[in-house]
Write a protein that binds this ligand. Sequence first.
Ligand code: KG4
Ligand code: ZN
Length: 384
Amino acid sequence: MPSGLILGIESSCDETAAAVVRSGAEVLSNVVASQMQMHAVFGGVVPELASREHLRNIVPVVRQAIAQAGIAFADLDAIAVTEGPGLAGALLVGITYAKALAFALGKPLIAVNHLEGHIHAVLLEMRAQDQTAFTDPGVREKILALVVSGGHTHLYLAHEDQNVWTYCNIGRTLDDAAGEAFDKVAKLLGLGYPGGPWIDALAQHGDPSAVPFRMAQIKPKAHRAEADTSQRHLDFSFSGIKTAVLRHVEAHAMQASIAARREALSHITDPKLADVLPLCDKSTLDLIASFQRAVVDYLLRGTFAAVEAFSAKVIVVSGGVAANRELRARFTAEAAKRNLPIAFPSLALATDNAAMIAAAAWPKLQSRTFATDGLQATAQLRLG
Ligand code: KG4
Ligand code: ZN
């Protein structure tokens, strides 16, 4: 049996990451080189720039992960890499490097779905903390996972049998991802990129009941008329709330103050909350808090509807948006009411990282599920 030392490599979007994890539970190193500052100038990720930066970063990031783990390349049992979904050119950098490394070292190569990685970010920490509510075999058959990030909003039922994990996708967004809605609304309001952390921080200073966004504004239109709601009602849509915020801005003539804020922030490199807060009047803070409340409410309803529909035993919430404080507090309170264990990743493992890729690869190493030399980047790779 291998000692379970896996090097994970992640390059699906704007983070070049490498990590060494032992047996899917012990993080020996977790290195992330973020390109956020570079893309922030453009208000979003520029794919060509992302690939170029990954090329520049991949070798030093992997070397750093190995050095911080205090091991040698020869000690590894396997190399795991994100296969997709993500930006094709960005994924390719990680895959090409991982393939070459696995070949040179004569170690197995393991392909991991990025979304599966996000789920295992939480399971890794639950294993590390010996939280049996999440690791008992009986529970592993009934995990409901909400993956909420900048590119994805998915509900999965996850199931494990003999180290083989299977996932059933029971809900997804029909348009924007939840994180994308945070990013777009932040951009619309003249705030920085990525928008989620700004909305999260500024929402604490506003009144979440000031702007009553109605559910009808954010429900998926195509589904409203559907009589058969068997599973379809578990889908999400975030384009409506984005439009509702835009309408609110127009109706309340907020454009001038937004333009002034955007202008002021363009002169500040790496702005902090203390810089941004004085640039937001009460009506802006109220709008931000109300938007966040509406999105969190909506995700909460969908997730707990799924919990009931599928009699889930535990809930796992992951992805960048799982860092949101209101989301964590509301989901935790709702789960407590129902006596259901719920887990979120630590902030370090909520956004993209490679420890989650190495953790998801551990059961694959045990079941000897290896990738071939023909492994390719799959930008639209699905899970379940
Ligand atoms: O998982 P992630 O790092 O990358 C993707 O796979 O997309 O997620 C990034 C997303 C961004 O949209 C960002 O705005 C959002 O997560 N995000 C947040 C928070 N922190 C990051 N959204 C809401 N509240 C936060 N605190
Ligand atoms: Zn992600």
